[in-house]
Design a protein around this ligand. Structure first.
Ligand code: AMP
Length: 288
């Protein structure tokens, strides 16, 4: 296992990335909130394979948590995380304190128009704006790099892509497939909140996505019919709490399409015990 550089200051992280580029090395950036699992590790592996130097970041970003959300309870396991980053071949871990990242509460805010008005943006006001600010900061600190994000957070990936494009940031955003448990449950740090009965029930999210995607691939073009099928599967699981949304939208714009056409994304968010789980799946509507 290689030694991993632990960077805790913004200036140190910036200098580290600049020095790598000065040596002609390409930097890969993997932003996380820690409590690392195989989903995060898949991003790290891809970055290590595609770049000379991988910098993992571990920062639980208070700006993206709403009042009454799980900021304090969010799982943390710093020493294990650093070991995992080292084992995967990351060269450095950037793990700033909140005071280091936000010496003063930022007054700058980011709005992503229609992309952040729907789905997570509608259910968690300010969440995507908070993601935008922290990712913009990480991109500003890292400088020119490739940055790896999971499709698990499809809307976040869409927002981050537009952030880089709209602001001409020198960052190539790379989306990586969702890593799942054998029953289809997407790996998430928040799965730690699930009790054993809830864990057994959690596969219903992926089953509902697959039911919707199956209908689309069989030729269904009505948004309402696909969403009803998704809702029906979710309703079949007695332990599942409130469903925030079970939708099918255009994969790039995240807006509704009627009739369904082109590249689509099915997305669900639902409460299960003390956890709020999100997941999504792609589907392509076959041409008529
Ligand atoms: P988080 O620590 O939850 O903020 O996630 C950090 C990064 O890991 C984000 O880009 C997520 O989309 C990605 N990620 C989280 N879970 C998974 C998963 N199951 N498969 C692939 N990527 C994931």
């Amino acid at each position: 296992m290689r030694d991993v550089h632990l960077l805790q200051e913004v200036a140190a992280a910036r200098t580290y990335c600049e020095a790598a580029r000065a040596r002609g090395e390409v930097v890969g950036l993997v932003p996380t909130m820690g409590a690392l699992h195989d989903g995060h590790l898949s991003l790290l592996r891809r970055s290590v394979a595609e770049n000379d130097v991988t910098v993992a970041t571990i920062f639980v970003n208070p700006l993206q948590f709403g009042a009454g959300e799980d900021l304090e309870a969010y799982p943390r396991g710093f020493d294990d995380d650093v070991r995992l980053c080292a084992a995967e071949g990351a060269a450095a871990v950037f793990a700033p304190s909140t005071a280091e990242m936000y010496p003063a509460p930022p007054v700058t805010s980011l709005d992503f128009g229609g992309l952040s008005a729907v789905l997570e943006g509608a259910c968690r006001p300010g969440h995507l704006a908070g993601v935008g600010v922290v990712v913009a900061k990480l991109f500003a600190i890292a400088g020119a790099c490739r940055a790896y994000f999971g499709e698990k957070d499809w809307q976040q990936l869409a927002v981050v892509r537009r952030l880089a494009t709209d602001l001409s940031l020198p960052v190539e955003v790379v989306g990586c497939p969702t890593v799942r448990e054998p029953d289809g449950l997407a790996l998430s740090s928040r799965n730690a909140y699930l009790g054993s009965a809830e864990r057994a029930a959690a596969g219903v999210l992926h089953r509902s996505l697959r039911a919707g995607a199956g209908l689309i691939e069989a030729g269904e073009r009505r948004t309402g019919a696909v969403e009803a099928a998704m809702a029906e599967v979710l309703a079949s699981e007695a332990l599942l709490g409130p469903v925030d949304y079970a939708c099918v939208v255009d994969a790039a714009t995240l807006q509704r399409r009627e009739p369904l056409a082109g590249e689509l994304r099915l997305l669900v968010a639902a409460h299960l015990g003390g956890a709020r789980l999100i997941d999504n799946l792609g589907a392509a509507a076959p041409p008529p």
